[in-house]
Every structure is written in structure tokens, then in C-alpha cells.
Design a binder for this molecule. Structure first.
Ligand code: SAM
Length: 349
């Protein structure tokens, strides 16, 4: 069973059972889909890089509690005078902690979501020119000659993005089927839902949502086209699944929404690109900290770090939140933190 940030955001009854037996059609679905591939989405739009001030109205409230924050700060082993990169600044929670730890630390902050970046700029304004902001996908970032002493990537979507109803990340708000983190990109969830063929859709939902009822769901989506809002899609999925599946631990649309979001934002591809590039961005001895929220991401991070000649893995097992943190912030429940250290060309720290 997938444990994901989407589940955190959309769970309807965490106490209820999720043991819904599959009917024979669903078992056949599951077996048939185990080795299918999904079509690739179009190339990412060119990244926009912006330093300094942003000219737009105040961003909406950005409510997001940074997860595993003490563990991240300890794991990065912050150095006085160090240069750090927050590849996913979001609301700036982790960045604020990094900057507060020592007045000589400087930080570069990236986010592909313009609204999130504005929120971060506001939140971190008291640190003045110690912070530099770039609006870009981390996969497209080019640090030039700069090298960092530590890099953090806190993957996925923030609580705030789930809560901004108009962005279409959650079916808790009826909104256009969008799901783009970077609103300069053209591909939206509506494009996928309304144009992909049934098999491609089923494969997507199965692979990125780990949804065993993917074929039924894809069939119903195709029958019900065009779908333009999150509410319509959630309703369609609700009626596509057996009754026993409708009132489980999570809403039956949760995994399909996760799959669409991953595809729209090419989340796994950009993570792989980041992991390929990031060794060149770190000084020897520099630390890389990555927080993932579902098994698909964590698997990629785990293998990339283990197989890389440039890293010494510090966390043999991922660091997970304490019960206390989960009680205070349910979203932390599925977080996994992995940390590695950049070694030099000779394999030394
Ligand atoms: C989980 S939030 C980060 C929260 C942040 N650590 C904090 O303490 O507020 C993830 C952020 O990363 C951004 N993001 C996700 N994938 C990205 C990517 N490939 N490139 C740049 N930003 C990305 C999202 O827009 C979101 O704002």
C-alpha cells in the first residue's frame, strides 16, 4: 500500500479499515498492469530565473509546517560561513532555520511555484541579501561556479498548495483540473484526463498512483469526458469503484489525483535529473538531505545515493518523524529523510 502526501492531504477517515477485497476483474487488472509503461509527457518549459524582488500582489497565506526540521538541521551539519541551497523553498520554513543558525550563512532558494516563491521571499525578508531567490525547476537550475556546503530538497507539494483551492491539487476544493506547480508550464491535469487514451491513463494511474482499480477508473473517466473540474473527476472515480472501496481509509480518488500530479509535474523525472546533477553542486564534505513523501520517490533517492560514486550514505535507513511530530503535523506521517555526504574524487570525505 502506498503511503503518500496525497493520502495525508485527502484522508477522510484515518481510523477506518482499508482492507477492501478486490473482485476478480480488479485482480485481473492488477496482474495485467504490472509491467506496462506509461507514455512520456512533453519536455519541461524553459526555466525562468529571477533574482531579487517580485512584483505581484501579496501571496495567499502560506500555511506549512516544515517536517523533520531538527533532523534536517542536524543532518546538514551547518558550517559557519557556509553556502546552502534549498531546492524547494516552499514557505521558507527550513530555510529560515538554516539562516537563523548562523549569521554568516548564505542561502540560495529555488521554487518552481511563483506563488510559493513570493511567500518565501516575504517570510525570509529579514535575512536581507543573505538569501537569493530563483524561480525555476531544480532540474533546470545552473549554479555556475558556485558550490554548496549543503543542499536540501523537501519534495512534492506543500500543505499550502493543497489548500489553495484554485490550483486543483485536491478534490477538497472544486477547481479546474490544473495541478501545475509551475503555472508557466502548459500541460495540465485536464489535458491528460481528456486526451490520453484509456490504456495510457490506466497505466499512469496504476504506476504513479499504485491504484489497483486503475483500469475501471480509466474506463469511467474516458466515458465521462470532458472533465474540467476536480469535483467532477472525484465524483467519476467514486462511482467507478465498488461500494466497498468507496468508504475506506482514504477517498477512492486519492491515488488517481496523486498519479496525475506526478505526471503533470514530471516529479520522478526531475528528481532523477536532480540526483544526477547535484554531486557537481556540492563541495567535498557537503551534505545532501532529501525528504520524500511516497515510496516511488524514496526508492529513486535510495538507489541513486547508494549507487553513486560521489556520495557516502549517512542514513542507512531513512529518518522518519517521531510520534510527537506526527501528532502535531499529520502531513509528516509519510516523510522519509535520507542524507548523504559528497566525497571527493578519491572517495574521501
Ligand atoms: C514540501 S514543499 C517545501 C516546504 C519547505 N521546505 C518549507 O519548509 O516551507 C515543496 C515545495 O517545492 C516546490 N517544488 C516541488 N518540486 C519542485 C521542483 N522540481 N523544482 C522546484 N521546486 C519544486 C513546490 O512548489 C513546493 O513549494
Amino acid at each position: 500500500m502506498i503511503s503518500s502526501e496525497a493520502e495525508q492531504a485527502m484522508a477522510i477517515d484515518p481510523q477506518a479499515s482499508s482492507q477492501n477485497p478486490l473482485d476478480p476483474q480488479d485482480q485481473a487488472d492488477q496482474a495485467a498492469q504490472s509491467d506496462r509503461s506509461i507514455p512520456s509527457t512533453p519536455p519541461l518549459p524553459q526555466a525562468t530565473t529571477v533574482d531579487g524582488d517580485f512584483e505581484s500582489p501579496s501571496p495567499p497565506d502560506f500555511v506549512h509546517i516544515p517536517v523533520l526540521s531538527q533532523e534536517v538541521i542536524a543532518g546538514l551539519e551547518l558550517r559557519s560561513g557556509g553556502q546552502y541551497l534549498d531546492a524547494t523553498v516552499g514557505g521558507g520554513g527550513h530555510s529560515a532555520l538554516i539562516l537563523s543558525s548562523d549569521p554568516s550563512i548564505r542561502l540560495t532558494a529555488l521554487d518552481q511555484d511563483w506563488v510559493a516563491l513570493q511567500a518565501a521571499q516575504q517570510r525570509l525578508s529579514s535575512f536581507g541579501d543573505r538569501v537569493e531567490f530563483h524561480h525555476c525547476n531544480f532540474a533546470d537550475y545552473d549554479p555556475g561556479k558556485r558550490r554548496f556546503d549543503g543542499i536540501l530538497a523537501d519534495l512534492g507539494v506543500s500543505s499550502a498548495q493543497f489548500d489553495w483551492g484554485d490550483r486543483g491539487f485536491s478534490f477538497r476544493h472544486d477547481a479546474p483540473l490544473d495541478m501545475r506547480m509551475n503555472q508557466h508550464q502548459t500541460l495540465t491535469a485536464a489535458d491528460i484526463v481528456n486526451t490520453w487514451d484509456e490504456t495510457e491513463l490506466a497505466n499512469l494511474i496504476y504506476t504513479y498512483g499504485e491504484e489497483r482499480l486503475s483500469r475501471r477508473i480509466a474506463h469511467r473517466i474516458v466515458e465521462g469526458r470532458p472533465l474540467t473540474t476536480t469535483g467532477q473527476l472525484a465524483e467519476m472515480i467514486f462511482h467507478a469503484v465498488p461500494r466497498s472501496y468507496r468508504y475506506g481509509r482514504i477517498h477512492p480518488a486519492t491515488r488517481t489525483f496523486q498519479a496525475l500530479r506526478i505526471a503533470v509535474n514530471r516529479e520522478l523525472e526531475v528528481l532523477e535529473t536532480l540526483l544526477q546533477k547535484v554531486p557537481q553542486w556540492l563541495n567535498p564534505g557537503g551534505k545532501l538531505a532529501i525528504i520524500s513523501f511516497h515510496s516511488l520517490e524514496d526508492r529513486i533517492v535510495k538507489h541513486a545515493l547508494k549507487e553513486s560514486e560521489y556520495f557516502r550514505v549517512i542514513t542507512k535507513k531513512p529518518i522518519v518523524p517521531t510520534e510527537t511530530e506526527i501528532a502535531q503535523n499529520l502531513r509528516a506521517r509519510s516523510a522519509k529523510l535520507r542524507i548523504a555526504e559528497r566525497v571527493d574524487e578519491m572517495g574521501r570525505q
